[in-house]
Design a protein around this ligand. Sequence first.
Ligand code: GLN
Length: 532
Amino acid sequence: MKDTKYIFVTGGVTSSLGKGIISASLGRLLLARGYKVTIQKLDPYINVDPGTLNPYEHGECYVTEDGHEADLDLGHYERFLNIETHRANNITTGRIYQSVINKERRGDYLGKTVQIIPHITDEIKRSIKLLGSKEKYDFVITEIGGTVGDIESLPYIESVRQLRWELGKNCLCIHLTYVPYIAAAKELKTKPTQHSVKALQEEGVQPDILVLRTEHPITPDIRKKVALFCNVEADAVIESIDLPTIYLVPVKMQQEKLDQIVLRKMGLPFEGKSDLKDWNNFLKKMQNATETVKIGLVGKYVSLQDAYKSITESLIHASAYNNRKLDLKLISSDDISPDNIVQTLEGLQGIIIAPGFGNRGIEGKITAIQYARENNIPCLGICMGMQCMVIEYARNVIGYKDANSTEIDPNTKHNVVDLMEEQKGILNLGGSMRLGAYKCKIDKNSLAYKVYNAETIKERHRHRFEFNNDYKEKFIKAGLKCSGINPDSKLVEIIELPNKKFFLGTQFHPEYSSTVLNPHPLFVSFIKTVIE
Ligand code: GLN
């Protein structure tokens, strides 16, 4: 294709309508037609990145290969599109302002008053177009975070308005809104949609396509009415009804002809074939599974389903490929004690020990690990989960009763998990962890090797503390295997217990790289062991 096409996805009425899923689904459909697609998220908050946000505020923090702490929607993009995203795929207002202010200090705007228009909007437009120019993409899909009408999203909508003029036919706007059902009146209501489109129009942007999120079918009359009030063609009003799984959304959007309408409006052939074979194969496996696999996820943010998004999705992928339905129990590590551990883990076939920071819920994780180890329940520890496995082994097998991580107890005599050398002296908390993909060399005689079937792997990290190599010999003598080591820094990346069915911890986060078409081998093997 000659020119890169830019598609913007905005949202109205309320947040949490699934803009990320709609954007990713459209991306999947365009890929299925053979186009080169990338996708980005613009977040209107002032944080430079979401790395310092509490998961309760903003859900999981996702990490890209190049070590960017990103919005969790990038996880959806990678899982749906099977592509790698990078720092450039997630921009925040904080990043935009930081860049403009740096330029101002350098003297790049010498003599000029620096203003939201044009300087901030120019920087936003530059960030959007940067993606298109880097590699030759046919489509750049840009999701604008927040809700139209918010003060903080104004510069983004203004940038879209300007880009429409600059790009002409190569630019298209999709607006996602909500059509509530009033149970007492037994009626779907379009007024919030009308208001939201009006707000967008007031900011100078006319949407080309409307996607209506709804719990009940949208009738042809409603489509016509929305089209009439919002200056949109009736066939460009699309229903997005609640579905049992997000992975059905691309199929639903295909039925609604979202991809065809986009292509037609952008002057491209839209009748050609679309190949969703592999995607449908995954869906079939997921939907045909009758038996369930019962897994417990032990963590401290269990009241928010988005806090462990990538782990949940990885488990869904792995279960489907093992022909199982996932039955996931979220267990608050705060509530676990030696007195209730038997009831808490009763009936679970395997447990995952979640990543985390700080000391809340740590002892509960350690109790769960001890129970899993002693009863040979398959157990996978991720990052802090792996560190807790190390602490548990040191306390209960080696006999260092006070063993701990210096993150939890800075004065422990047995600091089996300790701050990494490179982290000492770092004062800034933003973007300063060991982040992104690092190599790991795997011992050929290990479970890890069986899982990966490779000697060298690359996985993504997000941590400051590490297995303390001063204790390595002690652990090895006591039967714990350090089966994955970083070849450069010698950091221990994988630990395991050879005489168990599956007892393995990773310093890295395998969950960030499981996709629908490439489920992560660690999760697939974990589920496979669990059901065997
Ligand atoms: N808090 C631990 C560390 O910084 C683990 C981090 C995590 O689980 N992502 O090393």
